[in-house]
Design a binder for this molecule. Sequence first.
Ligand SMILES: [Zn+2]
Length: 537
Amino acid sequence: MMDYKVLYRKYRPTRFDEMVGQKFTVEMLKNAVINNKIAHAYIFTGPRGTGKTSSAKIFAKTINCLSPVDGEACGKCSNCLSFSNSPDIIEIDAASNNGVDDIRELINNVKIAPTEGKYKVYIIDEVHMMTQSAFNALLLTLEEPPSHAVFIMATTNIESVPITILSRCQRFNFTKISLDDLCNQLKFVCKNENISIDDDAILEIASLSEGGMRDALSLLDQLSSTNTKITTDLIVANYGSISYSFINNVIEALDSSNLTSLHEYFSQLSTSGADYKIFMKKFIDSLVGSFNNNKFKRLTYSQVKSIVFEFNSIFNEININVNPFMLLELILINNLAHDVTPHADESINILNTAKSDDLVNSKIQDNDNLSVSSSFSSHDDVSSVQVSDDFVKLRINNCFYGAKKSILNDIKQIWNDIRDSSRLSDEVISYVSDTDVVASSSSYAILVTDLDSTKHIINENLKILEDEVKSYFDEVMHFIVLSKNEWLNVKKEYVTNIKNGYIYKFIPENIEDDINTTQNDEILETNIFESDKIEIV
Ligand SMILES: [Zn+2]
């Protein structure tokens, strides 16, 4: 066992090309080398096992390489060959107890030029663990770094790093490694190491390690030491895990409202000693995954969302005195009983009315110029569940029909007041604070948000927002929420339409609305947006 190397160390990447995941970060770091734009300080942040320290080492090696090729170290020059023992690469683990004095001393020596390499590179792991005095010493150096010094800091806890340090660093966010990437790497390692394993078991290990390569390979290490074929059963037995095929059976029972099967599965879970937290995570993963892939016959967006929220809210609060699986089963059954929320119902009714009525229908088609549908269907199946493209188009159309810049300015003012209001429910306040008004008529307004989740939630609860806003300033406003990109497309379409002489007509949402009550006899203009200049790219 002397030369036994744990898999994680053995398969640690030594080149950017070998990195698993983090494509964007790797690309940026390579470009820095290619363009010879090396900053004095970097901070790599992200969950454990996602490649921060490996990237730091690869970057340190590459910037010291005498003849890098396409942003990768050559592996042949004297600096590359001596890299692992180079005195110019200083690794500091800020989490270790004796680290503090080391850090101060090492940083004090920063002015001394590198002995061999081009750069003296300080790799500080878990930098958030440094003491205040160590941070102070580091800060002094970062304020006036010698030209040969490069600091690469890594942290799993960026919130604990002082802003004075952060402001002097180039920041790179490392994300959890995707299931696919983890699976591929596990397959590669198993093949190389002659580890006998089935595909389901690989997926099982990948999902248990939650995006961390180190955890995935450590788990594989432990499992492979048994010298028997690694199967899902073995993992389930050893780690209280639950297989994806089992989870998918539960979800299928839920989707077909088969309460007998559902109860059967939960009885099995209760008696199997399975870990309910693992179950909850995997269940949510699979539930959302199946929803996104349109696999459900009956489950609606509202139900999926509500299950996810309820699971999430009890995740850390399940009392060990109750049987957690019983509680989870109850949540699922309860959500089956409440099919669609009343607000979503209303939106759907409006859509059905609009669709079934020829007059309205033809008006919507009249409006084909406003071809926003492509931007909605491209990546966004969820929105179409509750608020159809037609409904969105209709509201956008009606907003543009009477939109004026002066109204927009008023509404923006009101929006700011609402944000500070204590009269509205927390729910509505949170909607309002995540969105901006970008166009408005006296009864329609388009809101824009950065967050897809906000968009879906508000569009599903438009009635709540409208009721509360009405109680606030006595006007009936109809809202629609778009993502930033959708808005840019919509805005562009609008300006093009106006330039082509297209005239917007009001489309009633309900049949009872009198189509002729509103006449828009003013000349339409492009100048309805916030800025005076309309920038169209
Ligand atoms: Zn080299």
